[in-house]
Design a protein around this ligand. Structure first.
Ligand code: GLC
Length: 489
């Protein structure tokens, strides 16, 4: 499936040697995938124990899948890694149906490493603009809100959460170790917005629930985007760390794995020197080892560091006598740069040449272009194959031989061949027969998800309201607040 380097025969030895070296560095063979998956299962289990482990395995207090009879109007906001999205969602009577109005705002870069109050004020201001555009605020009663906050938070209830640590390059002061909900609500209160946070949701949990709403076979929700993570439905009885709460062991509970933290002890992942540099230079070294090898935020940087290394090699193996000023800019290339290289349809990699010229002021030779293309393929393939280990690990742990996985995120949606490479790796890990591993119809099939951070967050807010109505209030802190938001007496 991957394009082969077309002209190896006449490729100069040094470039050829480098391509070989990169292939060895970035290729993860079947046996390695299997060993990684085995260790992944152990870490998932460890995360559920009282002692815990590196993978947080957060019980989310989202207890059950939607039945299709959820109704009402909800606000949903999504503070992901890149954008702030605000939606109003109407769930009508018809099962599986929804209507959505939304606005998207680019999250200003400086907010990601600023002060907490600036971040929350920006979010509240954006919500205010959105609500005023769509409503007369004075006539609006309370609106329940599902807040998709996609970072590891410890949740003792569905409507609160303490940020364990920022991920995805965020470094906002004054939030880690704090409950994010009072901070957020204070910013809403300043603007007198008639909105009540009903559910604090991870994007993976939202994806799981939104996908299960339209496809009951979905057991796992995954995000392959700026960050990478998964959530799945377990039973309360399988979660030793909440055994003291004496919940009915058969009741389902969505677990936000936060699997980006897999192998923080560096036992099995085949890290390259480039992965190590990325980690050391990040705001949280030592954290999110797995995520830093597979997520969209990092793919361009892995690629860039590799090329800079080849340029700086004592024999200057790439871009000799050319200035690499632009290429030297940390995080100057994102995953879409690799996507463009991978889709270049021309044998002579004409589009890639043009891309390097226009973006980086570099004119690669024909053989350098071949290396560039191969490197993009290797980095994209490694990411897809490693993510398959996470999916296979959850399914193995749960003894699921068949399942649908609802997936979303920029890498899943836009990165060329990602799905096919992931399906192929699942086949290798799980020893499926030769005619499988193609995606559609596989025993474990990764399917495009419904809108998790919009519809998913609204559904989780609706499920929470339903639980309050039914008197099943385990893991809901502000029961009166939920009642008020939903207009329940
Ligand atoms: C990071 C976050 C996690 C989120 C994922 C995908 O891993 O820690 O909460 O689900 O990115 O956005």
């Amino acid at each position: 499936m991957d394009a082969k380097v077309s002209s190896r025969a006449d490729c100069p030895d040094n470039i050829l040697d480098q391509i070989k070296r990169l292939e060895e560095l970035f290729t993860v063979e079947t046996e390695q995938l299997k060993a990684i998956t085995k260790h992944f299962v152990d870490e998932l289990n460890q995360g559920l124990t009282v002692e815990g482990g590196d993978i947080p395995m957060v019980p989310t207090w989202c207890m059950g899948k939607p039945k299709g009879d959820e109704t009402g109007t909800f606000l949903a906001i999504d503070m992901g890694g890149t954008n702030l999205r605000i939606c109003e969602i109407n769930l009508p009577e018809a099962a599986g149906a929804f209507e959505i109005t939304q606005s998207k705002y680019r999250l200003p870069e400086e907010l990601k490493s600023g002060e907490a109050n600036e971040l929350w004020d920006y979010v509240a201001h954006s919500i205010e603009k959105f609500v005023k555009q769509n409503h007369d605020i004075d006539e609006l009663g309370q609106l329940p809100l599902g807040f998709t906050f996609s970072y590891p938070v410890s949740q003792e209830s569905i409507d609160h959460g303490v940020l364990q640590r920022w991920t995805k390059g965020f470094n906002v002061k004054g939030v880690e170790g704090e409950d994010v909900v009072p901070q957020f609500e204070a910013a809403l209160a300043k603007r007198k917005l008639p909105i009540k946070l009903t559910a604090l949701v991870n994007d993976t949990t939202g994806t799981l629930i939104a996908s299960a709403y339209t496809n009951p076979e979905v057991q796992i929700g995954c995000i392959f985007g700026t960050g990478c993570n998964a959530a799945y439905m377990d039973k309360c009885g399988n979660i030793p760390k909440i055994a003291h709460l004496n919940l009915d062991p058969e009741i389902p509970m969505a677990i936000n794995c936060e699997w980006g933290a897999f192998d923080n002890q560096h036992k099995v992942l085949p890290r390259t020197s480039y992965d190590i540099i990325i980690d050391k230079a990040s705001p949280r070294p030592g954290q999110q080892t797995f995520e830093k090898m597979v997520a969209g935020l990092y793919l361009g940087e892995i690629f860039r560091l590799t090329l800079v290394d080849l340029h700086e090699h004592p024999d200057c193996l790439m871009f000799k006598d050319q200035a690499i000023t632009k290429l030297s800019q940390p995080y100057g290339l994102d995953a879409s740069f690799l996507s463009k290289i991978e889709v270049d349809p021309f044998e002579n990699l004409d589009e890639t040449a043009e891309l390097f010229h226009s973006t980086l002021d570099i004119k690669p030779s024909r053989h350098e272009l071949e290396l560039i293309r191969r490197l993009a393929e290797l980095i994209g393939t490694r990411a897809a194959r490693l993510t398959a280990c996470g999916i296979a690990a959850i399914c193995t742990k749960q003894n699921w031989t068949t399942a649908h996985v609802g997936a979303d995120g920029s890498v899943f949606t836009h990165y060329p061949h990602f799905k096919a490479r992931q399906a192929q790796a699942l086949k290798e890990i799980l020893d499926w027969p030769a005619n499988q591993g193609k995606g559609a119809g596989d025993p474990i099939e990764v399917v495009a998800a419904e809108d998790g951070s919009g519809v998913g967050a609204a559904l989780i807010a609706a499920l929470t309201i339903k639980r309050v109505q039914d008197g099943n209030v385990a893991g809901i802190k502000n029961v009166d607040g939920v009642r008020a938001a939903a207009g329940i007496a």
